[in-house]
Design a protein around this ligand. Structure first.
Ligand SMILES: [Zn+2]
Ligand SMILES: [Zn+2]
Length: 309
């Protein structure tokens, strides 16, 4: 992973992934988190002529500023894939500067799960008394679409989607660019991990095994997997069933699925930089113990990954 600022160009590679927000649950700025960053879930993928945004956490505000500075008067045509509508995945949307210009277009795709309609949910977070300006009062063209299919295209990028293991409806995506594939599961609890801490009956275990195999098949051969790894083993013992991953379970899953690079994501707001360093080192050690060549990094705000690797 490159330590350069995210505003650097994508020259010399076909696809570039940029981290604008890496934190889970709630923004956590301050001196203890300055290295990995305190903004919540937001990635940018540029490749095959597209700009695809993954999630609209508070990192989206920084991405909006960078896009406005880079594109100036030129119009922007953007696609946003939302995994779900928990706060840490949508709170950047009201602060996304490109939406203030009428020539810009934002297509938003996602499942909402509460049967209220994705459009309605996004509008409601900007209703008075929560926010001073309504979403439909913004000048930019916003199109909100409920995903009907688990496979679709964004220009030349093929996208597949599947349900993550997280409270409510939550999706994970895999983007097949011409330079390799990127999978994004910001909130996910590997199903087999959880069952180890429960007195599951045979049927429960069989169900978890089926979900696990489905996930392994979905991720098979992914070049870059960005996945929720919020807890270490000790924390997970207290928080199994909360819908977030334990680092060791995520490493095991990535190795089983033949992933090339795993990026630990959705850092706990109470984890300072040193804790994330420790968890990353432990994850690497655990991966070595399992054999294989999995590369592991912790997601860091402002960094990029280029494909092909
Ligand atoms: Zn989250
Ligand atoms: Zn969530």
């Amino acid at each position: 992973m490159s330590p350069q600022p995210a505003a650097s160009s994508a020259e010399g590679c076909l696809t570039q992934l940029r981290f604008w927000g890496v934190r889970g649950s709630v923004p956590s700025p301050g001196p203890a988190t300055v290295r990995y960053g305190g903004n919540t879930s937001c990635l940018e993928v540029r490749g095959d002529g597209e700009i695809v945004i993954l999630d609209a956490g508070t990192g989206l505000r920084l991405l909006g500023r960078a896009l406005m500075s880079e594109f100036a008067e030129r119009c922007l045509k953007l696609t946003l894939l939302l995994t779900h509508t928990h706060w840490d995945h949508i709170q950047g949307l009201p602060f996304f500067l490109p939406l203030l210009r009428p020539e810009n277009e934002l297509r938003i795709l996602g499942y909402e799960g509460a049967r209220l309609g994705l459009d309605n949910l996004l509008i409601s977070q900007m209703e008075s008394p929560f926010f001073p300006i309504g979403m439909r009062e913004l000048d930019g063209n916003i199109r909100v679409e409920e995903l009907k299919e688990l496979e679709f295209r964004v220009g030349r990028i093929r996208v597949t989607a599947t349900h993550a293991n997280h409270p409510g409806k939550c999706m994970g995506y895999r983007l097949f660019t011409s330079a390799g594939s990127i999978a994004f599961f910001p909130d996910n609890e590997p199903p087999l991990g959880r069952k180890r801490w429960e007195l599951a009956d045979d049927e429960g275990l069989a169900q978890a095994e089926r979900e696990h195999q489905k996930m392994v098949a979905f991720l098979q051969g992914t070049e870059v997997l960005v996945m929720d790894a919020q807890y270490d083993r000790q924390e997970y013992e207290q928080r199994a069933g909360w819908g977030h991953g334990c680092v060791e379970d995520v490493v095991s899953l990535a190795i089983e699925a033949g992933v090339s690079q795993l990026v630990l994501f959705h850092h706990d707001p109470d984890h300072d930089d040193e804790t994330i360093d420790r968890m990353t080192a432990e994850a690497r050690q655990f991966a070595v113990g399992l054999g294989g060549t999995l590369q592991i990094e912790a997601a860091q705000e402002g960094t990029t990954i280029n494909l092909p690797k």
